[in-house]
Design a binder for this molecule. Structure first.
Ligand code: FES
Length: 173
C-alpha cells in the first residue's frame, strides 16, 4: 500500500459533477453560450463519497476550477494551530467549512494573485511549504485551510456558497 497513492484520486472514476443550470428557455439564448444571468444561477452537485481522507478532486463550478478536499485530522490540526491574527487574510478553518464537516475544504482552484490554477489537488502535485496548495506562476503558498501564507496572492482561495444536501452530496452555488 504505497502511501503516495492516497494523495490523489482518479477523477474520472469517482467524480460526478452536474451543472444544474435552471432550464428556463428564453428566446435568443444560445445554449452553447449561456447568458451571464443563467451562468450566475447555475449550481454544481458533487458526490464526495469516494474522496477518502487526504484525497482531493478537481472539478468545476461556473466554468472555474473547483477543489474538493477531504482533510486529514493532521491537516485540520495544522490549520487550527495557526495564529489567525498573523494571517494576511484572517479566517479560521471553521469559518471556511461547515459545522461538523470541517474536513471538507471546498474552494475555487483560482489563485487570488493573477488567477492561475494552484497545484495540490491533483495526482502527485506539489502542495507547497504549507501543505495546502502551491501556485506555480509566482509562488503563492496556501495552507491546509487554503489560506494564503506566502507569496504575492492577497487573499485566501475563495470558498463558494455550498451546502451538504446529504452526507455525501454537496450542492455548490
Ligand atoms: Fe498565483 Fe501569481 S497567479 S502566484
Amino acid at each position: 500500500d504505497d502511501p503516495r497513492r492516497r494523495d490523489f484520486i482518479n477523477i474520472a472514476a469517482v467524480s460526478f459533477a452536474g451543472v444544474g443550470a435552471v432550464a428556463i428557455v428564453l428566446p435568443l439564448i444560445n445554449q452553447m453560450n449561456p447568458s451571464a444571468d443563467v451562468l450566475a444561477a447555475s449550481t454544481t452537485e458533487v458526490d464526495v463519497s469516494k474522496i477518502a481522507s487526504g484525497q482531493a478532486i478537481k472539478t468545476s463550478f461556473r466554468k472555474q476550477p473547483l477543489f474538493v478536499r477531504n482533510l486529514t485530522p493532521k491537516e485540520i490540526a495544522e490549520a487550527n494551530a495557526v495564529d489567525v491574527g498573523s494571517l494576511r487574510d484572517p479566517q479560521t478553518l471553521a469559518e471556511r467549512t461547515k459545522p461538523g464537516k470541517e474536513n471538507w475544504l471546498i474552494t475555487l482552484g483560482v489563485c487570488t494573485h493573477l488567477g492561475c490554477v494552484p497545484l495540490g489537488a491533483g495526482e502527485g502535485e506539489n502542495k507547497g511549504p504549507f501543505g495546502g496548495y502551491f501556485c506555480p506562476c509566482h509562488g503563492s503558498a496556501y495552507d491546509t485551510a487554503a489560506r494564503i501564507r506566502q507569496g504575492p496572492a492577497p487573499k485566501n482561495l475563495v470558498v463558494p456558497d455550498y451546502n451538504f444536501t446529504s452526507d455525501t452530496t454537496v450542492l455548490v452555488g
